[in-house]
Design a binder for this molecule. Structure first.
Ligand code: ZN
Length: 324
C-alpha cells in the first residue's frame, strides 16, 4: 500500500481512506498508484466524486463505486477510514446490473465529438451512428449539446469530462482514429447497431437510395422509404432499438479517399441540391454501371456509389475488427 507521506507530514489533521482504481481507470493516475491500493488524505467530508476527480479520474469514466463493499452514489461523503473501490464502464457486466451510477443507458447512442476527432466522426457516420462534429465547437457548446440532446461526448480532454453538467461522456484512450472507432464500438457495445453507409460522412444526414427517392418533391419531406434503414428526421427521432441494423449494399463516398475520411462540413443543414446538379458530378461510366446503386444524402446532396475505394475501406476497418 502506498502512503502519501508528504501530505501526511505537512498538512493539518486530515482524514485518510484507501483507494483502489480498477482496469483502465489507472491510466488517469500517477504511475505509482496504478494496479494497487493507496492511501489518500483529505480535509473535511468531501464527496467521493470530488476525491475521485481530484485524483485525476473524470466522473464520466466511473460506473461503480464501492465503499467498504457497498455501492454508493457520487454524492456519498467520506469521513475517513473507508476503503473505496472504483470501477470503470468496461467492468459493468462482470459486476452485475443493480448498482451502477448511470441507471438509464441512452437508448440509441448518439454522439458529439470534440474538435480533435474529425476522422473518428467520419468513421462513426460511415457506420450509421448519429454524430455531431465541428472543428470550431468550444467547450461550452460541447457541454450544451451533450446535455440538451442527450449525446455522449467523446473527447481526450479530461478537464472537459470533469464538468459536472456532462453526465454522458467518454474519454478515448486511443489516439489512432480507427482504434478510437474500435474503442467506441466496444465501450458502448455498438457492433450489432452498425448500419454501414446509412449516414453521410460529410454532414451526418441520412443517406437514401436514389432509386427510392422521387425527383419531383423535396426529399426531406418524403415519408421514410422501405429501404431507409432508420426512418425519421436525422438526429431527431429514435429508431426502434429492437430493430436489427439493415445492411445496404456498400457505397463509397464520391471524391473522397476512405483512408482519410471526408472533411466534415458545418452540419447546419445546407440546402439539398436537386438531383440534376448532384448527379452531374458523377462520372458517366459510374452512372452507366451503377445507376441503380447510387445513394444521396438527404441533407447536403452528396452522392455515394460503390467504388474501388470501398474495398480499401473494408480492409482498413477489418483490421480493427469492423466488418461492413
Ligand atoms: Zn450530407
Amino acid at each position: 500500500m502506498g502512503i502519501d507521506v508528504a501530505s501526511l507530514l505537512h498538512r493539518s489533521p486530515q482524514s485518510t481512506c484507501e483507494f483502489r482504481f480498477y482496469e483502465e481507470l489507472g491510466d488517469f493516475l500517477a504511475p505509482e498508484r496504478r494496479k494497487r491500493s493507496f492511501v489518500h488524505a483529505f480535509d473535511g467530508t468531501p464527496s467521493v466524486k470530488d476525491r475521485i476527480e481530484s485524483l485525476g479520474v473524470p466522473h464520466t469514466e466511473v460506473d461503480l463505486i464501492l465503499v467498504d463493499g457497498e455501492p454508493v452514489p457520487f454524492s456519498h461523503r467520506l469521513t475517513g477510514g473507508e476503503r473505496v473501490a472504483v470501477y470503470p464502464m468496461f467492468e459493468r457486466f462482470e459486476l452485475g446490473e443493480a448498482n451502477h451510477l448511470r441507471p438509464t443507458p441512452l437508448r440509441e447512442p448518439r454522439f458529439v465529438l470534440d474538435v480533435h476527432l474529425g476522422r473518428l466522426a467520419s468513421y462513426l457516420r460511415l457506420l450509421g451512428f448519429d454524430t455531431l462534429y465541428r472543428n470550431d465547437y468550444d467547450d461550452d457548446e460541447l457541454q450544451a449539446i451533450s446535455r440538451d440532446e442527450h449525446r455522449i461526448l467523446l473527447t481526450r480532454d479530461t478537464g472537459l469530462l470533469k464538468r459536472s453538467a456532462i453526465t454522458h461522456g467518454a474519454f478515448l484512450h486511443q489516439t489512432d482514429p480507427r482504434r478510437q472507432l474500435r474503442e467506441v464500438l466496444d465501450r458502448f457495445q455498438l457492433d450489432a447497431r452498425i448500419a454501414p453507409f446509412s449516414r453521410c460522412a460529410r454532414c451526418n444526414g441520412k443517406v437514401q437510395s436514389l432509386a427510392a427517392m422521387p425527383d419531383e418533391h423535396d426529399p426531406d419531406r418524403e415519408p421514410p422509404k422501405e429501404r431507409d434503414p432508420s426512418p425519421g428526421e436525422p438526429g431527431r427521432r429514435d429508431p426502434d432499438p429492437g430493430e436489427p441494423a439493415r445492411r445496404d449494399p456498400g457505397h463509397a463516398p464520391l471524391e473522397h479517399d476512405p483512408d482519410a475520411p471526408p472533411e466534415i462540413r458545418d452540419p447546419s443543414r445546407p440546402k439539398p441540391e436537386k438531383h440534376g446538379s448532384a448527379m452531374s458530378a458523377v462520372p458517366s461510366n459510374v452512372l452507366a454501371g451503377h445507376a441503380d446503386a447510387l445513394s444521396r444524402c438527404r441533407d447536403c446532396g452528396q452522392i455515394y456509389w460503390p467504388g474501388s475505394h470501398l474495398t480499401r475501406l473494408r480492409q482498413r476497418l477489418a483490421e480493427v475488427g469492423v466488418a461492413i
